[in-house]
Design a protein around this ligand. Structure first.
Ligand SMILES: [Zn+2]
Ligand SMILES: [Zn+2]
Length: 286
């Protein structure tokens, strides 16, 4: 049996936060790390977690919001500098354009490094960008591991795909950003681990709103993300074993987020922190 686990690289949101880096997580299929999302700071977080950035050759992007992709330039070029010679990126429509824009912005820079003698493999060559046309199974081999990957469309203001990784012994699901939807309940069915958007965990700013502008933003955010309670309801109805809440604004009330989720969900609830690793084994309850 191959062990699967998760490293939470970035449990933050679009709001810059020294405690929480922008969204990015690693799923380890045995020794093989696969990256999901690439927010600002991802490459440094990989290094802090002891995962060589160049060892990542498969990257999934759930959607093209800035908080999930601003680290891509450094991941691509920095990882190439560290010796990555092949890369595959799977994401929504627009990923190709984003990747090509990065190559054209840094054309002279890449030319210079190639002239120095570095192989163009891993940046201009041997990079495959796969755009997801429609939800369902992605026909993909992850380095010959028996892992099937399924996607489902989420409720968010740009095309967003949740991901289900299914192996012989384990299932790990990542929601991306989403408001509550039956699609994530179905996709998360019987998962060992569900990494779930809980962006609407209450923080200092939104605890007592008096400013009408803030109130409007908070009200509108309800259409795009989940509260800890909604996240827990998804996990409970999906029969998930372990719920990992993430995508937090700065200074959330972690205890309150835990309480709100644990009241709904009978499995194990984790309010994730950066660089935390989570395995598929359940906590033994005495
Ligand atoms: Zn988003
Ligand atoms: Zn986001």
């Amino acid at each position: 049996m191959i062990d699967w686990k998760v490293t939470m690289l970035g449990t933050g949101s679009p709001r810059p936060d020294v405690e929480r880096s922008a969204p990015s997580q690693v799923i380890h299929f045995g020794d093989l790390p696969v990256l999901i999302d690439c927010g600002e700071g991802t490459t440094a977080q990989l290094q802090r977690a002891g995962i060589p950035p160049q060892s990542i050759t498969t990257l999934f992007i759930t959607h093209l919001h800035s908080d999930h992709i601003l680290g891509y330039g450094q991941f691509l070029l920095g990882g190439w500098g560290l010796g990555r010679r092949k890369l595959r990126v799977i994401g929504p429509k627009g990923m190709k354009h984003y990747h090509e824009t990065m190559l054209s912005l840094f054309k002279d820079d890449i030319d210079y490094r190639v002239e120095l003698g570095r192989s163009p493999k891993g940046v201009r060559e041997e990079v495959e960008i796969i755009e997801i046309d429609e939800p369902g199974e992605i026909d993909l081999k992850i380095d010959d591991l028996p892992v099937r990957v399924y996607t489902a469309e989420m409720i968010h203001n740009v095309p967003t795909y949740a991901l289900r990784f299914e192996g012989e012994d384990h299932v790990i699901v990542h929601s991306g950003d989403t408001a509550p939807t039956e699609n994530i309940v179905e996709l998360a069915k019987d998962a060992d681990i569900l990494i779930q958007d809980a962006c609407l965990a209450v923080n200092e700013t939104y605890k007592n709103i008096t400013d009408p502008e803030l109130q409007e933003i908070w009200d509108n955010l309800q259409k795009e993300h989940c509260t800890p309670q909604q996240a827990a309801d998804i996990a409970e109805r999906g029969g998930v074993k372990k719920l990992v809440l993430t995508h937090f604004l700065p200074n959330i009330d972690e205890e309150r987020a835990y309480r709100e989720a644990a009241a709904e969900f009978k499995g194990e609830t984790i309010v994730a922190k950066d660089l935390q690793t989570i395995n598929t084994a359940l906590k033994t309850v005495n």
